[in-house]
Design a protein around this ligand. Structure first.
Ligand code: C5P
Length: 314
């Protein structure tokens, strides 16, 4: 049984994926999270989350990665919707349809994106009129990168990634994402990062974003941005999945301006000069057989937005 987005009264929200242009990981905090300094960019791979009143809670999965998402109460979109219902005392249940085009468990915030979309959709369906701060507070309680998926664009994240500040940036950037069949667990990647640092006697202070990355974004120069991409979780992802290093090196050898593991991986993000260069790189990587699933996208794009009703009939 599916609920089409065109069902009377249904609300559809489109939400992007993210890539971390820079991810600096500080010490583990007493609450178990790590202090972060990161710069997010929202990119044009999207999920569509449609909600409609129903006689029970249900999740209907559709789209490219439909078979990879949980359809029970563990689904972050359901948790988001139930949180709003509880907080605002709404005695209703929803059917939630997720059209999944964001790679799952890949460091592109797919689950977090659906949570952000569900918050915006519930606000609209139930006419709650939540302001930015209320949505951001709910979002942060669901996951560290959920608040960013509400805003999109480019933003700096601090705290555990949930505190956002605007970033001055110009230009559009062209990406190729090399997606793996099997995900990496985010807690395991952070734990491996701690283990490697302890083994190597690395002491870390407060994480800071580099001046190079901020300058590259201000200038809009893709070559400068490619050279400034950085992820402190990359050694941990390489340690857990050694073939990712080979994949990253191959992409750079094939002409990417830079390559970096996205978030906690295993997706590897490659920045290219142009849309055509992204096409060329995809062809080379596909021929190398190092990765079967390659996705192209541009960034930045805006965050979670209600899809006007006329467009849902497309
Ligand atoms: O916040 P989120 O649910 O995305 O975090 C998933 C897991 O990633 C956390 O339980 C934690 O193990 C790890 N994490 C972390 N430090 C952060 C963000 C996430 O250790 N700043």
């Amino acid at each position: 049984m599916t609920v089409a987005p065109t069902l009377p009264g249904a609300v559809t929200v489109r939400v992007p994926a993210k890539v971390n242009l820079e991810l600096r990981v500080g010490p583990r905090r007493p609450d178990g999270f790590h202090a972060l300094a990161t710069v997010y960019q929202a990119v044009s791979l999207h999920d569509d989350v449609s909600i409609a009143r129903w006689d029970d809670w249900q999740v209907v999965a559709a789209g490219t990665y439909a078979d990879r998402i949980p359809t029970d109460g563990d689904n972050l979109a359901v948790r988001a919707a139930r949180l709003v219902a509880e907080r605002w005392d709404v005695d209703e249940r929803l059917s939630i349809r997720i059209d999944k085009d964001i790679p799952v468990a890949g460091g592109m915030a797919g689950g977090s994106a659906d949570a952000a979309a569900a918050l915006v959709a519930c606000d609209q369906l139930w006419g709650l009129g939540l302001d930015r701060d209320e949505l951001a507070e709910l979002a942060a309680s669901l996951g560290s990168d959920v608040p960013f998926l509400l805003t999109g664009g480019n933003a700096m994240g601090s705290g555990r990634g949930e505190q956002l500040a605007p970033v001055l940036a110009r230009g559009t950037f062209h990406w190729v994402f090399a997606v793996s069949d099997t995900g990496l667990s985010t807690p395991e990647v952070y734990a491996e990062c701690d283990r490697l640092r302890e083994r190597d006697g690395v002491r870390v202070g407060e994480p800071q974003i580099s001046a190079e990355l901020m300058a590259a974004l201000r200038s809009g120069d893709p070559a400068a941005l490619g050279a400034a991409l950085h992820n402190d979780l990359e050694p941990a992802a390489f340690s857990l999945r050694p073939q990712l290093r080979e994949l990253r090196d191959a992409g750079v050898e094939f002409g990417a301006l830079g390559g970096v593991v996205s978030g906690s991986g295993p997706t590897v993000a490659f920045l290219t000069e142009s849309h055509e260069a992204a096409l060329d790189l995809s062809v080379s990587l596909a021929a190398s057989a190092l990765c079967r699933d390659l996705r192209r996208a541009r960034g930045p794009v805006h965050g979670a937005q209600v899809v006007p009703v006329a467009r849902t009939a497309d």
